[in-house]
Design a protein around this ligand. Structure first.
Ligand code: ADP
Length: 494
């Protein structure tokens, strides 16, 4: 197949969360299966490993003809183009310290238009075939990710197909997070260079809404887990689009994300002081906690974060954006209680200032029990995933979640709120059958969270063999892209 993937982020060049990881790993998995894959993302900054192709594209947008340059790399294992324009290349991804950029609609309209044109012009090779533009090699299959690429199916339908071009192209729009919809004033409508027939597509209660436009224009809609696909058709998690998603029910499905083992594997992780395999959780442990390489990672983590180096306490980790979605209020609520339990807590994240302040204060108040790092630090994220015994994800909603998948692979037992992808990937501990891979609590209340934490700490201290079993079962799971990439292939082929 000839597959175009369009996204606002692609790791490691640009990443604020899971979208960046998936937009790199999924094209790679599809290319590895012999498909002709082109990914297109913005060039937010000069990237030293991406070269100017010399290709220039021009579009009328917002009353002016704009020229974009295309930069190219194959460093990620597939053809990746970066769209360059002064409005895009200003350092930040979505904004700067003063907030979101005011012209994001324009920036991502440029991305969307450039991506379709790139599929028509930029030569891509597959499995030793001669390099050809995607649209010359066969019918185009498009993955548009989140609202930033939401205009791709709209331009395709109303700009190209309405003129008899690319009529055999099909789009699957992938929802990574429905909370972000690309809402703008309808006063900006004229700037998008779309025919009047597209206006109702973009209209949502008198405002422009790029996510809604994508949901009604795409041939298929994919949510990043089966549970999330169900939840977004309900009012609680639908963010106002649940009615439209119910209407599109027949075209909506859920495909869980995978992890990229070249980036996230405890046996070969360049960010760790020691690498390790499943032997770190022995079947008949003589005392609680991991041994070998994982114990070394744990000790180094404690040292790095200024905590007492203690093997006799479990380390509970949290990594993520500090927003309401991630259940930071729940962490805040149980924080003082947790600081008095026999454990250590390490928290890494950036986000809303009130949460950064609240968690930092917790760290200052309990310096020997709680370590808090405000910042975005990929290396430390790996070291926490490896060095912690338990990973906390009390998210109020979670489309898929990647950190719990990384935790499972690293023998770190996830403790999560049973929602979305967390519900689909973490199987709650059943002591009777010695089954499960973590703890999944509900509802999202401080009481339920605290109860799950008590159970996890009790298991770690009193039942080391049970805890080791949980960790070992998690490590044995294969959460890589194989099955999910096949599911995408079936969806795009259908
Ligand atoms: P989301 O996409 O909602 O942010 P995911 O769990 O799907 O959540 O993905 C989060 C990704 O971002 C993971 O790869 C995680 O390690 C990374 N991440 C989040 N916050 C940080 C941070 N402060 N420093 C480094 N990596 C982070």
């Amino acid at each position: 197949m000839e597959i175009l993937s369009v996204s606002a982020e692609v790791a490691p060049w640009s990443k604020t969360g899971g979208l960046g990881d998936v937009a790199a790993a999924l094209p790679k998995a599809l290319a590895a299966r012999g498909h002709r894959v082109l990914a297109v993302a913005p060039r937010y900054a000069p990237y030293p490993d991406a070269w100017d192709t010399g290709m220039r594209l021009r579009f009328p947008l917002f009353g002016q003809v704009h020229e974009v340059r295309l930069f190219h790399t194959q460093a990620a294992g597939f053809d990746l183009l970066f769209v360059d324009h002064p409005a895009i290349c200003r350092g930040g991804i979505y904004g700067d310290e003063r907030g979101g950029y005011g012209d994001n609609l324009f920036r991502f309209a440029l991305l969307s238009r450039a991506a379709i044109e790139a599929a028509r012009r930029f030569p891509v090779s597959a499995g030793g075939d001669a390099a050809r533009p995607l649209t010359e090699a066969g019918p185009l299959r498009v993955l548009s990710h989140d609202w930033h690429a939401g205009l791709v199916p709209v331009y395709l339908r109303h700009h190209y197909q309405a003129h008899g071009l690319l009529t055999d192209a099909r789009v699957a729009h992938v929802i990574h997070n429905l909370a972000h919809q690309g809402v703008a004033s309808f006063d900006d409508w004229w700037g998008l260079d779309l025919p009047a027939a597209a206006a109702p597509v973009l209209d949502m209660h008198g405002r422009m809404n790029c996510m809604k436009a994508a949901l009604v224009s795409a041939d298929r809609v994919v949510a990043v887990s089966p549970s999330y696909a169900r939840e977004i058709t309900e009012q609680e998690h639908g963010f106002g689009l649940d009615g439209i998603l119910r209407m599109r029910g027949g075209a909506l499905s859920g495909i869980i994300n995978g992890i990229d083992p070249t980036e996230w594997s405890p046996a070969a992780d360049r960010h760790l002081p020691a690498t390790f395999g499943p032997e770190v959780w022995p079947e008949a442990p003589t005392k609680p906690g991991p041994v070998g390489g994982k114990l070394r990672c744990k000790a180094e983590l404690q040292r790095e974060l200024g905590l007492p180096v203690r093997a006799d306490l479990p380390v509970l980790g949290f990594i993520g954006r500090l927003t309401g979605q991630k259940g930071i209020d729940l962490l805040e609520a149980v924080g003082p209680w947790l600081a008095h339990q026999p454990c250590q807590v390490v928290l890494l994240g950036t986000g809303e200032e009130r949460y950064e302040r609240a968690l930092s204060a917790l760290g200052r108040r309990y310096p020997s029990a709680v370590a808090v790092k405000v910042g975005f630090d990929v290396g430390l994220a790996h070291r926490i995933t490896a060095g912690a015994d338990i990973l906390l994800m009390p998210s109020r909603f979670e489309p898929c979640g990647l950190n719990q998948l990384y935790a499972l692979a690293y023998g770190t037992v996830p403790l999560v709120h049973a929602t979305g992808g967390l519900r689909d990937t973490v199987h709650s501990f059943d002591p009777g059958r010695d089954a499960g891979t973590g703890w999944a609590f509900g509802p999202a209340s401080p009481e339920a969270f605290q109860h799950a934490l008590s159970m996890a700490l009790l298991t770690w201290h009193q039942f080391p063999a049970s805890f080791a079993g949980l960790a070992r079962r998690g490590m044995a799971e294969r959460n890589d892209w194989a099955a999910s990439a096949e599911a995408y292939v079936r969806l795009l082929a259908g």
